[in-house]
Design a protein around this ligand. Structure first.
Ligand SMILES: NC(=O)c1ccc[n+]([C@@H]2O[C@H](COP(=O)([O-])OP(=O)(O)OC[C@H]3O[C@@H](n4cnc5c(N)ncnc54)[C@H](OP(=O)(O)O)[C@@H]3O)[C@@H](O)[C@H]2O)c1
Length: 194
């Protein structure tokens, strides 16, 4: 059987793809977190997540424990802080974490470190790997053909939040940090037909 997978920041550009990729790769259960009821509904109804929770509804740890009563195998983290600390508690032995981003810290006016239980990382033999997408340019051809085929076959759903013109950049950027976007945040600088 496949792995159980949790994706934080799941309704964003990266997260919405990560959850669908996991399902297409054979995960047995994919759960996402996002910051509104509309977004959690989007995850389940449109992206095919098995379940989703709103991290603003209560402590992430409790919601994650309810979502994975049999424990978690893989965590794809876009958020950091409370999400990462909770996942360390819920991950099964030999669980794996792909550290993609820590968006909860980017716009914080004061640093709010959430302690991660390092003892559990040791005793559960967890593996955590940060990565930068550009490090993996060698895989681009494989990515393009695999993901291109999924897109052509209609196996991937996505949304874009499009703003118009360069003047929209500041609001669109800060909106992305506060959850105004669903899917990829895009600024359209000129009409496609021009
Ligand atoms: N490693 C790499 O190579 C790489 C490449 C690209 C992006 N990234 C990282 O991947 C993550 C997602 O990037 P993206 O471009 O796809 O952005 P995005 O997810 O489309 O937009 C950011 C989302 O983060 C959520 N968010 C903001 N503050 C939060 C908080 N305190 N706690 C939880 N969620 C919060 C908001 O959604 P809600 O409404 O759900 O709160 C917001 O819509 C970022 O951390 C980014 O730095 C990494």
């Amino acid at each position: 059987m496949g792995a159980s997978v949790f994706v934080s920041g799941a309704a964003g550009a990266v997260g919405s793809m990560a959850g669908q990729f996991a399902a297409l790769a054979g995960a047995k259960r994919v759960v996402g977190s996002a910051g509104s009821v509309e977004k959690t509904k989007y995850l389940v109804d449109e992206l095919g997540y098995d379940a989703a929770f709103n991290y603003k509804d209560g402590p992430v740890l409790q919601q994650l424990q309810s979502a994975f009563p049999e424990g978690l195998d893989i965590f794809f983290d876009n958020v950091g802080s409370d999400h990462l600390a909770a996942a360390v508690e819920v991950l099964n032995d030999f669980g794996r974490v792909a550290l993609c981003g820590t968006i909860s810290a980017y716009n914080a006016s004061e640093h709010r470190a959430v302690p991660v239980n390092a003892f559990k990382i040791v005793t559960k033999r967890l593996r955590m790997q940060g990565f930068i997408a550009f490090d993996h340019e060698d895989l681009r051809k494989d990515f393009d053909s695999r993901v291109g085929a999924w897109l052509e076959n209609g196996q991937l759903a996505y949304r874009e939040t499009v703003s118009q013109e360069i003047e929209a950049v500041p609001a669109a950027f800060t909106g992305m940090l506060t959850g105004a976007n669903t899917g990829k945040a895009i600024i359209r600088l000129a009409d496609d037909q021009a």
